[in-house]
Design a protein around this ligand. Structure first.
Ligand code: ADP
Ligand code: ZN
Length: 439
């Protein structure tokens, strides 16, 4: 099969040339930020670094980090690098982990972002002949706007559905023969479940690919979604602070996501010490935007834990690859002293044949952490005797214990009793917060 790319000259550029391009762009961007963003200039001055010290990517480690707290402190205009009159757009984070952060875009920034999303769509087989149904939320959230813009750039017929109203999603998908579906993986799973309930088989729709991201999902969930919707599911990664979805995307190899290195310079650091780690080590992803005008961030700490790989990819793209985030450093719960990530729980559920409809409840009672997991049972099991249900709970509990090292209480609850998500799923309810415990 002939390989296609959206911007082949960039996406397949020899690695040495990428490095040269990044060197040049970094020097320019650091100067630009120093001259235009007093907040970051202060951080550089405090660290005793001047733009003249940055001669290429080898010098990146000399720059100070930016953290989400800096963005909150500088809210709303403190990190803006250009006059507001040059900006054409504001977007905002979903606020998954606290106060929202706003990001600004010039037209150039919007173009660059949409190009990144177009690369992802083309990598998933998107062409001008496709019908692309975008059911990420539109509005301040970057999912809708990003994939919408990318879909236009590729020339797909774009259905700007936004999230929600699942009956209408399905009606349009069927009536207008959607071939590409873009939404969060949890919403994709819900659409798949609803299709089945309505009596559709996976082969009844025309979908060939899905671009699913914005939240963690497992390989098991990928297989589930692919089966229920009859498509190939591609991952896409990004964050509002850097533009939105499309910072990295999967190619047909699906062996990690290619990071758009012409626009984003990536590092992995030790989250405890801040020391840069060699490619191949597991650590926190840190990004430097190389050519943004309105909201250029240098050494932004994502709190996403990943491993990078420079191994050659058979798709022909030369951009470095990142694993799926293996957890968000702030997603991690410490329960009875043990680190627990929701993704581990999800992996166990899917391995044991359950759908990813679950909720984790944590609390502290009499100075002991309580840890409960509610899991929806399969509708076919709903008529089981209490004894059988208890046995199934026990079985799942043992599998959880083996994976996590601690014992949760597993409760099988009625089908459909856990609220479905149309955007990012809320998996964890940590009531220890009411005690003012810093978790
Ligand atoms: P918020 O931090 O409020 O969720 P965003 O909506 O900008 O703000 O979401 C960005 C975050 O979403 C990323 O830092 C990452 O943790 C998560 N994310 C985005 N895409 C993916 C993905 N494909 N897999 C796992 N997590 C993802
Ligand atoms: Zn590839």
């Amino acid at each position: 099969m002939k390989k296609t790319y959206y911007q082949p000259e960039m996406e397949t550029m020899p690695v040495e040339d990428i490095k040269k391009l990044q060197d040049e762009k970094l020097v320019r961007q650091v100067r630009y930020v120093y001259d235009n963003v007093p907040y970051y200039r202060d951080l550089m001055d405090k660290k005793g670094v001047s733009p003249d010290d940055i001669k290429g990517t080898e010098d990146l480690h000399k720059l100070p980090f930016l953290k989400k707290d800096d963005l909150r402190e500088a809210y709303p205009y403190g990190l803006l690098a250009t006059d507001l009159k040059n900006c054409v757009r504001i977007q905002s984070t979903s606020g998954t982990t606290g106060k929202r952060v706003v990001a600004f875009y010039t037209q150039h920034d919007v173009d660059l972002w949409e190009d990144c999303c177009a690369r992802a769509l083309v990598a998933a087989g998107g062409t001008a002949g496709d019908v692309c149904q975008v059911c990420y939320g539109y509005g301040l959230f970057t999912g809708g706007a990003g994939l919408h813009g990318g879909s236009h750039k590729v020339g797909c017929l774009t259905l700007p559905m936004s999230s929600g109203n699942t009956d209408r999603q399905i009606q349009f998908m069927m009536d207008l023969n959607s071939t590409i579906l873009c939404c969060t993986p949890s919403y994709a799973a819900y659409i798949g479940e609803t299709l089945k309930e309505k009596g559709y088989k996976p082969e009844d729709n025309k979908l060939k690919a899905g671009i699913f991201g914005a939240e963690p999902w497992t390989e098991e969930m990928r297989r589930d979604i692919e089966k229920s919707l009859g498509l190939k599911a591609y991952d896409i990664y990004g964050l509002t602070e850097l533009s939105g979805p499309g910072v990295a995307f999967e190619c047909e190899e699906q062996n990690g996501m290619h990071i758009n290195e012409d626009h984003f310079l990536v590092e992995v650091i030790d989250p405890e010490t801040g020391e840069p780690l060699p490619v191949g080590s597991k650590g926190e992803l840190v990004f430097t935007s190389l050519d943004k005008e309105a909201f250029p961030l240098l050494r932004y700490r994502t709190r996403d834990i990943c491993i990078l790989s420079r191994e050659k990819c058979s798709c022909g793209r030369t951009f470095i690859r990142m694993t799926k985030p293996l957890g968000r450093s702030d997603d991690m719960m410490i329960i009875r002293g043990v680190n627990v990530f929701p993704s581990q729980i999800e992996a166990v559920l899917l391995n044991c044949g359950y759908a990813p409809n679950y909720q984790i409840l944590v609390d502290r009672i009499n100075n002991t952490d309580t840890f409960d997991i509610n899991v929806e049972m399969d509708p076919a099991d709903f008529s089981d005797t209490p004894k059988t249900i208890t046995a199934k709970e026990k079985e799942l509990q043992n599998a959880m214990k083996a994976m996590l090292g601690i014992n949760p209480k597993v409760h099988l609850v009625a089908p459909k009793s856990i609220t479905r998500s149309e955007g990012k799923a809320v998996r964890v309810i940590d009531n220890r917060k009411r005690l003012g415990i810093n978790i």
